[in-house]
Design a protein around this ligand. Sequence first.
Ligand SMILES: Nc1ncnc2c1ncn2[C@@H]1O[C@H](COP(=O)(O)OP(=O)(O)O)[C@@H](O)[C@H]1O
Ligand SMILES: [Mg+2]
Length: 231
Amino acid sequence: MLKVKDLHVYYDQIKAVKGINFEVHEGKIISLIGSNGAGKTSTLLALLSMVKKSGEVLHGGFSIANLSTANIVKRGISLVPEGRRVFINLSVEENLRIGAFNNDENYQTLTQKMYELFPRLKQKRKQLAGSMSGGEQQMLAIGRALMSEPQLLMLDEPSLGLSPKLSGEVFEIIVELKNRGLSILLVEQNAYAALKIADYAYVLENGKITLQDQASNMINSDLIRQKYLGG
Ligand SMILES: Nc1ncnc2c1ncn2[C@@H]1O[C@H](COP(=O)(O)OP(=O)(O)O)[C@@H](O)[C@H]1O
Ligand SMILES: [Mg+2]
């Protein structure tokens, strides 16, 4: 459903992404793993036309490389940004409403769906997002991204800063979304957790893809063990 060809991202003189190719297949979890500074966030922002880039991005065979961010979201691609970035001075309910910016007529129905998926958000719907725990904010950030009814959900390091238990809950939600038919592009430094739920994975180092394989193969590879899984 998504095909990325020879993607480059530049910040003035800095080359953050240097000609990568990857694909996301329908109904699968694809993971992009890499350490800090590898170019993971830049890749996701490039897919949404949020940074300067070159290369081709095909969505269902249609080029979206030159579309605006809003039009890409309208086509069914949504991002849960790094660091969650919920609006801390707005309530849970208001954060969800903002996620439905292109979809306001379905706002009520979608909100109910989010509360079924995340019962804690319903309990706390009037509470300010900034007063919630990191795990709850991550659930809210995912809920907000789902309000645009994406087919492809991209998540940028959703486990960052969460306890192992809460990360586990977030990864369970990601699997549940896959089971509901969404395609997932999961960016993670936490290679083990990502590989456990992914179908296929790419390793990004210094802006280049250095390895790609079925996630089940990668989790057993010595190279990955040494580099990312602590030996
Ligand atoms: N806004 C920016 N301006 C200049 N350099 C940036 C900017 N954002 C990221 N970079 C650089 O691009 C490279 C890739 O960063 P990033 O995509 O954030 O990596 P990751 O998400 O894998 O940690 C890094 O060297 C980083 O310092
Ligand atoms: Mg990042």
